[in-house]
Design a binder for this molecule. Structure first.
Ligand SMILES: [Zn+2]
Length: 299
């Protein structure tokens, strides 16, 4: 404990040493995370593929230090083309973890959960796999109305995911997360954006406690960072309490996100740098790598 009188009595060299320590502590906090990244929310949709060829997107990942991606696309051809480029991906140091997207076109966003042809498409894709091995997950799918989490195809896909050990990437609100987990309590559900409508952090916390296989992906999460791009105190507390339950993502849902890809990953590195290094390593890389059994990236 300090008292002002101690400071007044301290010799100048001591005050200088304290000032230097404070400066170095601030500098340490400001250091961005420098390790590998696992991008757990990446789309390579038909519009992206038209403007950004596979070698271009792989080069963007390489420059951003992204060493693995959850790939999903509307339609699934984009994911297949990424998975097919094994040699190029290996040269860029990127592991592609393919997911089956539920959307053949934009109309499927709002009707998939009650459309049996979507379930058939998922079954067919699953049976076929990709040039780089089997699909590892389903999604991203959207539930704009939580009640649709109880529609037949949503139930069937959650049960399928649990039975086949597929991860699920779901863009939904907190009520839908409870409903989805009720269908398949052991399914590995990744909550895209962890509450894009601003679900209070204490509610996110309660869901993590209630559902042990739930993880949160953090793109577009309101309140995660403050105006300067640094981690907010509430989120620093939540991420530090649950270091094994969060992932980062780019969410390249439109081409602007592809043109900004390296900036997006720089932004993630900045706030990850506000966490204890072991926590940043988990959220930036290790949680995703462990979820899919990936090897350590070779430098
Ligand atoms: Zn998305």
């Amino acid at each position: 404990m300090w008292r002002a009188s101690d400071v007044a009595a301290a010799p100048l060299w001591r005050l200088l040493a304290i000032a230097a320590w404070l400066l170095s502590a601030a500098a340490a906090r400001a250091e961005p995370y420098g390790g590998p990244l696992f991008d757990a929310h990446l789309h390579y949709n038909v519009e992206a593929a038209a403007s950004y060829p596979v070698e271009d997107v792989l080069a963007r990942m390489q420059r951003a230090g992204v060493r693995a991606i959850i790939a999903n696309s509307r339609p699934n051809d984009g994911t297949k083309s990424l998975a097919a480029e094994k040699t190029r991906a290996a040269a860029a140091g990127v592991t592609v973890v393919p997911f089956i997207r539920l959307y053949r076109n934009r109309a499927d966003y709002t009707g998939w959960f009650a459309d049996p042809t979507i379930k058939t498409m998922v079954d067919d894709e699953l049976a076929r796999g990709t040039a780089n091995g089997p699909y590892r997950g389903i999604g991203e799918f959207h539930l704009y109305d939580a009640a649709n989490a109880n529609a037949p195809v949503a139930r069937q896909l959650m049960a399928l995911a649990q039975a086949r050990q597929l991860a699920v990437l779901a863009h939904a609100d907190d009520r839908a997360i409870d409903l989805l987990m009720a269908h398949a309590p052991r399914a590995r559900l990744i909550w895209a954006h962890s509450g894009i409508g601003g679900t209070p952090p204490e509610r996110v916390r309660a869901l993590l406690v209630r559902h042990p296989t739930l993880m949160g992906e953090l793109s577009y999460r309101p309140g995660l960072t403050e105006g300067d791009g640094r981690l907010s105190p509430q989120w620093r507390a939540l991420l530090t309490e649950f270091p094994r339950r969060f992932l980062i993502g780019s969410d390249t849902w439109i081409n602007e996100r592809w043109s900004a890809y390296e900036d997006l990953m720089r932004g993630a590195r900045l706030w990850l740098g506000d966490l204890p290094p072991a926590v940043a390593d988990r959220i930036g890389w290790r949680n995703g790598a462990e979820l899919f059994g990936l090897a350590e990236p070779v430098e």
